[in-house]
Design a protein around this ligand. Structure first.
Ligand SMILES: NC(=O)c1ccc[n+]([C@@H]2O[C@H](COP(=O)([O-])OP(=O)(O)OC[C@H]3O[C@@H](n4cnc5c(N)ncnc54)[C@H](O)[C@@H]3O)[C@@H](O)[C@H]2O)c1
Length: 334
């Protein structure tokens, strides 16, 4: 893509802020972040970026007037904004409908009016889960079968994008990525929660037996894949993003403890999440062969060690949210 001005929704969240850092480091593009700054948005995640390259607009993607003005100035839009936490979606689904469905609809209508290129970020959770002993992996042809209010609203948003491409000729692409890890991830999420527990001297918590498998990818690899799709992706297409990082949750907790110098068994089992998906696994052949993308972080242990270092060095970033998150989980017996 030639020099462009990007509108990045949800750019103060975990993966969005990693993307903005990646864009600043690897392109000459300028970026406007549109973020509602919910509990998941953090201005500190964008603090060290150059002001002449990145600006932040605080607002809601469901605010049609605000969105319209920002689309008028953007060459392309990358849409990360979402309510993203499965556990929250089980306790209070409504914000998931407002942001993931109505918010995405609002962006699609603006893309239609302005004929703006849109890339929609989604998750492999739209495919439901695989049996632990099933060798299959998700592909672009796997039928949708979401389990939670979170994944069903993400599935709904993907279908809206497809309908706006087909019905109105909107120039959009979709990517469904596996579980991300890396810097700037909220402490409510599995890996940062366990790392910050160990830093605080709290024993890590494992849902159920921990046999659930997730396919981990470093957030920076997710960002390079999204830039590749923005550059070379075919309109209307869906691309799966994954880095062959399948690990069960028990292994991840044990690895965190080992890398942090603690005994591998120094954790507690807690009540499993309702409807907890068993296994996710991504086949990203299409993205790799058609668009030539490859991940840089091929060694999960090295990526995890770097992530542990980041949380050790950036306690001021995560400390304000930590006590509230642990109090919330404690109230649920988790
Ligand atoms: N975390 C993962 O492992 C993962 C994997 C695959 C796909 N995804 C997708 O990537 C995207 C980003 O996920 P994340 O983990 O960074 O989430 P996050 O919760 O860390 O960040 C979401 C951001 O969106 C903002 N936001 C929420 N509602 C908004 C609204 N109505 N208007 C404007 N901004 C709003 C929040 O303030 C926050 O900054 C989501 O679409 C998610 O479905 C995440």
């Amino acid at each position: 893509m030639t020099l462009a001005h990007l509108l990045v929704t949800g750019g103060a969240g975990f993966i969005g802020s990693n993307f903005v850092h990646h864009v600043v480091a690897h392109t000459d593009h300028t970026v406007t972040v549109l973020d509602k700054m919910t509990y998941a948005g953090n201005q500190a995640s964008l603090a060290d970026l150059p002001e002449n390259r990145v600006d932040l607009v605080v607002g809601d993607i469901a605010d049609a007037e605000l969105v319209d003005g920002l689309f008028a100035k953007a060459d392309a839009v990358v849409h990360y904004a979402a309510e993203s936490h499965n556990d929250n979606s089980l306790h209070d689904p409504r914000p998931f409908l407002d942001t993931n469905i109505i918010g995405t609809y609002t962006l699609l209508e603006a893309a239609r009016r302005h004929d703006t290129r849109l890339h929609h970020i989604s998750t492999d959770e739209v495919y439901g889960d695989l049996e632990l002993d099933d060798p299959a992996r998700f592909t672009e042809d796997t039928p949708y079968n979401p389990s939670s209010p979170y994944s069903s609203t993400k599935a709904g948003s993907d279908l809206l994008v497809r309908a706006w491409v087909r019905s109105f000729g909107v120039r959009a692409t979709i990517s469904n990525c596996s579980n991300n890890y890396g810097p700037y991830q909220h402490v409510e999420k599995f890996i940062p929660r366990q790392i910050t527990n160990v830093i605080r001297g709290i024993r890590p918590k494992l849902y159920g037996t921990g046999e659930n498998v997730r396919d981990w990818i470093h957030a920076d690899d997710h960002s390079s894949a999204v830039l590749t799709i923005l550059d070379k992706g075919r309109m209307g297409e869906t691309y799966l993003i994954g880095a062959d990082g399948e690990k069960d949750n028990k292994t991840v907790v044990e690895l965190i403890l080992e890398l942090m110098g603690e005994p591998r068994d120094a954790y507690d089992h807690v009540t499993d999440r309702a409807g907890h998906d068993l296994r996710y696994a991504i086949d990203s052949t299409k993205l790799r062969t058609e668009l030539g993308w490859t991940p840089s972080y091929r060694d999960f242990e090295a990526g995890l060690a770097a992530t542990i270092d980041w949380y050790r060095e950036n306690e001021s970033w995560w400390a304000p949210a930590k006590d509230g998150v642990e109090a919330f989980y404690a109230s649920k017996g988790q």
